[in-house]
Design a protein around this ligand. Structure first.
Ligand SMILES: NC(=O)C1=CN([C@@H]2O[C@H](COP(=O)(O)OP(=O)(O)OC[C@H]3O[C@@H](n4cnc5c(N)ncnc54)[C@H](OP(=O)(O)O)[C@@H]3O)[C@@H](O)[C@H]2O)C=CC1
Ligand SMILES: CC(=O)[C@H](N)C(=O)O
Length: 260
């Protein structure tokens, strides 16, 4: 799906705070990932949009400001080879990847006693292994170029376990531990690693759940004004736009009226 405005690194490099940079954004077909793709493109970055739904990706791509170029590639993050192909295409068509923003994720409200084993497995596959596949696809290039930034949308559930979300919380503790380890191991290489930990955001994420007992016990909205996907995208942009010597390692961003 080449974009009409696809172009290589260099064109319009001076536009915006991220002019000349190239980003891979997973989960870009909706919600936070779509908002992140929009925010990065608006700041001049070339953006490779990835998720499974090709039509939804194309729609998001069509809404991006004209800038440094974009591609949309139907990708399942659980498919390691597919993720490698995505990064290879991004590098071919846009340039070396400076930023990876891991937004792909699933969440199921469910009680452990209800043994939703397929949902447990799906959560681990996408949130844990999918993130690993994406990190593995960009890390060697970033290290060889002496720079890059890996941002993962974790959750406030990566800091504290929520009932009804035991496996989901575990998956977010996983990405927190992974990011911390990666940060410690890559210090001094020019690579930066950030987790963004949102509270409730107005997206379709919760609609995957159908364990009514869990939803009624723990998944009902409080009525508070929640975050918009753009609020989370602004946090991502904040981390990415820092001067070279600054690392924003974690950002906890929650609705004002839902402190954890
Ligand atoms: N909404 C919230 O309150 C919060 C969300 N988060 C996190 O933010 C991230 C984005 O979620 P959000 O925007 O809310 O929800 P959405 O459901 O809108 O977005 C989820 C995205 O993940 C993609 N995705 C799911 N499975 C796969 C897969 N196997 N391969 C590739 N892409 C996949 C979906 O695309 P497609 O179906 O096209 O593949 C979609 O683009 C998640 O990691 C979530 O845990 C964190 C804290 C709060
Ligand atoms: C704990 C949560 O429900 C959080 N808002 C999330 O969706 O990750």
């Amino acid at each position: 799906m080449p974009s009409p405005n696809a172009s290589g690194r260099g064109q319009d490099d001076k536009r915006g705070r991220l002019g000349g940079k190239v980003a891979v954004v997973t989960g870009a077909s909706s919600g936070i990932g779509a908002a992140v793709a929009g925010a990065l493109a608006a700041e001049g970055a070339g953006v490779a949009l990835a998720a499974r739904r090709a039509d939804a990706l194309r729609e998001v791509q069509a809404g991006l400001v004209e800038g440094a170029g974009s591609i949309a590639e139907a990708t399942d993050v659980t498919d390691r080879e597919g993720v490698r192909a995505l990064v290879a295409r991004a590098e071919r068509e846009l340039g070396p990847v400076d930023f990876l923003v891991n937004c792909a994720g699933v969440m199921y409200y469910t009680l452990m006693k209800n043994l939703r084993e397929e949902e447990w497995e799906g959560t681990v596959e996408v949130n844990c292994k999918g993130t690993l596949n994406c990190v593995g696809a960009v890390l060697p290039g970033m290290l060889s170029r002496g720079g890059g930034h890996i941002v993962t949308i974790s959750s406030d559930a990566g800091r504290k376990v929520y009932p009804g979300l035991a496996v989901y919380s575990a998956s977010k503790f996983f990405v927190e531990a992974l990011s911390q380890g990666l940060r410690l191991e890559t210090a001094g290489t020019g690579v930066r690693v950030t987790t963004v930990q949102p509270g409730n955001v107005d997206t379709g994420l919760a609609s995957l759940s159908n364990d009514e007992e869990a939803i009624q016990s723990y998944g009902e909205p409080t009525g508070a004004r929640v975050l918009d996907p753009e609020d989370v995208a602004a946090s991502v942009l904040y981390a990415l736009a820092q001067p070279d010597h600054v690392a924003v390692n974690e950002i906890l961003v929650q609705p004002r009226d839902e402190p954890a």
